[in-house]
Design a protein around this ligand. Sequence first.
Ligand code: NAI
Length: 719
Amino acid sequence: MQTIKYNIEDGVALIGIDVPGRSLNILTPQLQQELDQLFTRLGGDDAVKGAVLYSAKARGFIAGADLMALVEAFDRGTSKVEAREQSAYLQNLTRRIETLGKPVATAIGGLALGGGLELALGTHYRVLSENPDAQLGLPEVSVGLLPGGGGTQRLPRLIGVAQALPLLLEGKPVGPQRALELGLVDELAAPDQLLARAKAWVLGNPDACQPWDRKGWKPRDLGNLAFPHGPLTARLLQAHVASRGNYPAPLAILSCVGEGMVVDIDTGLRIERNYFAQLLTGPVARNLIRTQFINKAAADKLVRRPQGFASRAFSRIGVLGAGQMGAGIARVAAQAGIDVTLLDASLEQAQAAHARLAADLERAVGRGQLPATQAEAVLGRICPTADYADLGAVELVIEAVFEDLAVKAEVTARAVAAMPAQALFASNTSTLPISLLAESFPRPADFIGLHFFSPVERMPLVEIIRGRSTSDATLAAAMDFVGQLRKTPILVNDSPGFFTSRVFGSFVDEGFLMLEDGIAPALIEQGARQAGMPVGPLAVADEVSLELQLKVNRQAIELGLAPRFQRGAAIGLVKTMVNQLKRPGRRAGGGFYEYPEAGVKRLWAGLAQHWPQASQQPALEDVRLRLLTIQALESARCVEEGVITDAADADLGSTLGIGFPTWTGGVLSYIDTLGLAAFVEQCDGLAERWGERFRPSDWLRRKAEAGERFHPALASAVR
Ligand code: NAI
């Protein structure tokens, strides 16, 4: 099927793009091929004075590249040579258009992203719809790539290096007004005038030529390139610091601009395609695309939802416990249009939580994040109470009281007596087994775990925990609820700590054990950040509080959980911090860090007295490796034990929930990228040096020996 159609009007070829089977155009290989053939023909046709590119669809221009084509390229194990050819194809097409010897304009009716914008940049003139939906951008960096169709060369040549760099490095699109100010487009027009304006320009400019193809042309802020504080140098430093060597795309983009701007455009394009090939054949782009785009989109579409149950929309829920989590859950539910009964032990406590939410929302209004009327509506939907009778009409109750089995059992029993007989019940517990909590509920099939993350309004993930007796109908309804809140669900089976708390625990405990090993605290924290974790294990332990670690440990012992689930690896250290040194964490005034009233937090100097630092410190890389490996290994155990049944859940849970670095693609992609055999060897090496907890199980060894992996080929996972 054709992807383009064209007709000649007044000697101008009007080329409408209409990629079949899609509501928005994307830049498929077929579209590129057809455009290539058409422009070759038009170039030799004397009756044609010029051309206008536009979208023949109702919306947008071209919304970017075909992610599936990239996925297939990854699966095939595309070589650098093939990757260069792929980039060269679009580069040659755009080069052919701009050197056609005839004027070519683009009428951009809406989204022009990635390859779509690169195509438009290869034409001589751009008219953009003044409709605010119209967005222009080069988001390739967010998938670990660079614009490989001439974008890194044309954009800085067109609008200057300083203005081009943020667009290339941050990947954020701009709207019509900003696009005009930047010089990304030449003119704004009403949507119904676009074609006419573009055509008029073509007819009035028979000698169109790109500025960089004129004799003597020089980039306008080239001087800055060499200047030490010029935009490129500053960005280079920033990119080095921010990526910590884990994300190659920003540096590759900077290299393309820096190296490409001091040579002619054709050489610049060759430079660009070499860097593009490096990125496309490296693991980071593949891992980012798989987890953050393909698998996240699938999870958002509720791919794990059991089939055969009518989709549900909730209109009224109850939340037990108006603390940090309960209030946050109430807020996101109310923002999704759901009425919430927010219950705490006393009316005063519930009202205080409501007042805190009001203050939070007022701040959000002040920052322009939401309109005042919306904030008011959200607050209006949340009804604070201490009276269980107010749960009489809810469809779902979410429990978020203290992490204490007895307290949870008591509030559950009281809710049961008041809530409708068919309403569902969910617990937001982070550590207590769901099947155990379900014993306090008369209909365990209707009981499920909905584990939110703090702060609820910002964290995108919800870990759904299926208890032993949870029914498919309950699971389907819980998925619908999470979808209604616009959060990303993952599905795991019941086990102490489920998936995320368990892996997170392994990270924090490893930090504690390092301290006991005599590793300098600053080195521990730096190793985590170098790996790409947002904060180090000591800082994060301070945030969640060391007292909580003690409580989790105590409760695990009381529940009779197996020793490996007791979080006892470094419990001696935690006890010393809390009981002896009285440093239980940030909220209590201090923990591993000091928190001066004025100024930034700093590691507590007293740590060295209690955990003397070894005279021989390990390399930063060793610390980094320990922290990444322990989490990946714990995740592999979760697969072995059936807690995780789909690798995508582990990858999404670790990156969206607990800050495992996105460049890895997530815990299991990290292992797959190394290869199971290499990972097992890495674990054995760490076990020799640091302890048996790194020893891989026989199951993992067998899997490695059989040459297996956690993820299937990407394309088959998508289809
Ligand atoms: P919190 O201490 O801030 O809030 C607990 C609330 O429950 C308080 O407002 C308290 O007054 C209320 N409460 C206690 N006993 C009650 C009773 N008998 N009747 C009615 N209300 C009662 O605790 P937070 O952090 O909100 O945690 C709540 C639950 O969420 C816990 O199970 C915790 O493990 C879990 N969780 C916590 C996360 C966090 O980062 N804080 C993350 C994910 C889950």
